[in-house]
Ligand binder design. Structure first.
Ligand code: PLP
Length: 400
């Protein structure tokens, strides 16, 4: 994917404020004035690009962030949401009507799984869950009423790599949309360039990278983004999951260091994954040659940004996982906390935290062991020192 250079696309943007301020000014208004009443009416109809009506519809700060995200993804547009879940739910509710059907990876973030498995029942929308690495299963699950295929580029928490070009071919053949959550792999994977119709993000994670807010985004062609903001039928406009402008301006600035951060997250994660693997622990990392989709990952990824900052290790039981995590926190390896993409290392036992919405029998079916610890590897300057601490904790707790 070297021909798409997301970091340079962001760097090329000239986004400055009305006084030449190098960081775009932050919008502090819920509503906007019009010199002529007709312009207001036209703006309601979706005409008059560049005019702002009301902050829930569009606002300048969110537009700056959305334009930068669209440049990164190579899509015609984007829309900033109040959380990653808002991006996912707004997209799905825009695409589906009552009676429709979705084919989804069985392995997704727990909140997404719960929305698909439980919440959509209210709208009589059925979901078939499949092993996303078996593309023939995906195609077999498609029905006449299927509206979309849903997956994560790198699935949470099992770190399976979705074969986006193959899924896109299936989606195209059956005239359904391919929706991809790229939260784990910004810059590394460019889903829209690989055939995704809509890319969703939790900006809370790597893109913002500071763990100081929740936020999300939807990146797609302009027609879809405009449809989301339609005053009569747009799920973004009507459900109102808008990101607060102060936050979008902070995220817009953080986006400019994302390429360097992703490189360091990936470098550190590769080092730790190799070390974990040498101990004999079951280690899942797409950069390891033993990962079942390692070759596919190499084909899909932009080589400048590595294999990402996420690792999973399997200690067999949740008790062992808890002991190791508590000790790692005491030794200063990082925090026992959910979420990811932070400058410090975060770790959690997925089955008992971010995938706890997934019933235990489904966890087993998808291959999620109760002892799985998911690591979001931080930006540690001296990762060898961090490994020494982890290794000490492994020995001390006798978990292997
Ligand atoms: N997508 C993925 C892959 C996630 O891991 C998460 C949260 O952990 C979300 C979406 C939801 O994002 P948010 O917490 O910003 O709503």
């Amino acid at each position: 994917m070297k021909n798409h250079d997301p970091a340079s696309k962001i760097q090329d943007l000239l986004q400055f404020g009305e006084f030449g301020d190098v960081n775009p000014s932050i919008t502090d208004s819920a509503t906007y004035t019009f010199m002529e009443a007709k312009t207001m009416l036209d703006t309601f109809k979706g005409e008059h690009e560049g005019c702002f009506l009301y902050s829930r519809h569009w606002n300048p700060s969110n537009k700056y962030l959305a334009d930068a995200l669209a440049a990164m993804e190579g899509t015609g547009g984007a829309w900033a949401t109040a959380s990653g879940m808002a991006a996912i739910t707004t997209t799905i509710l825009q695409l589906c009507n009552s009676g429709d059907h979705i084919v989804s990876s069985i392995t997704t973030y727990g909140g997404t799984f719960a929305f698909l498995a439980n919440y959509l029942k209210k709208f009589n929308i059925e979901v078939s869950f499949v092993d996303i690495t078996r593309t023939s299963e995906v195609e077999k699950a498609i029905r006449p009423e299927t509206k979309l295929i849903y997956t994560e580029s790198l699935t949470n928490p099992l770190l399976q790599v979705s074969d986006l070009p193959a899924l896109s071919e299936i989606a195209g053949k059956h005239n359904v949309k391919l929706v991809v959550d790229n939260t784990f792999t910004p810059m590394i994977i460019a889903p829209a360039k690989l055939g995704a119709d809509i890319v969703v993000y939790s900006l809370t994670k790597f893109i913002n990278g500071k763990n100081d807010c929740v936020a999300g985004a939807i990146c797609a062609e302009k027609e879809f983004i405009d449809a989301l903001a339609d005053v009569n039928t747009g799920s973004a406009m009507l459900l109102g999951p808008i990101l607060e402008p102060l936050r979008s301006s902070g995220i817009q600035k953080n986006l400019h260091t994302l390429h360097i951060r992703m490189q360091q997250h990936s470098r550190n994660a590769m080092y730790l994954a190799e070390k974990f693997s040498e101990t004999g622990l079951r280690t899942i990392y797409p950069g390891l040659p033993g990962h079942p989709q390692h070759e596919l990952m190499k084909k899909l990824m932009h080589p400048d940004f590595g294999f990402g900052g996420m690792i999973a290790i399997d200690l067999g039981t949740s008790e062992k996982a808890a002991t190791l995590m508590e000790n790692m926190q005491k030794e200063g390896v990082g925090y026992l906390a959910v979420s990811l993409g932070y400058f410090k290392t975060l770790f959690s036992n997925s089955g008992k935290s971010t995938s706890s919405e997934v019933p235990e029998d489904v966890q087993k079916k998808m291959g999620l062991s109760e002892g799985l610890i998911r690591f979001s590897v931080g930006l540690d300057h001296d990762i060898e020192r961090s490994w020494e601490k982890i290794s000490y904790c492994i020995e001390k707790t006798g978990v292997i």
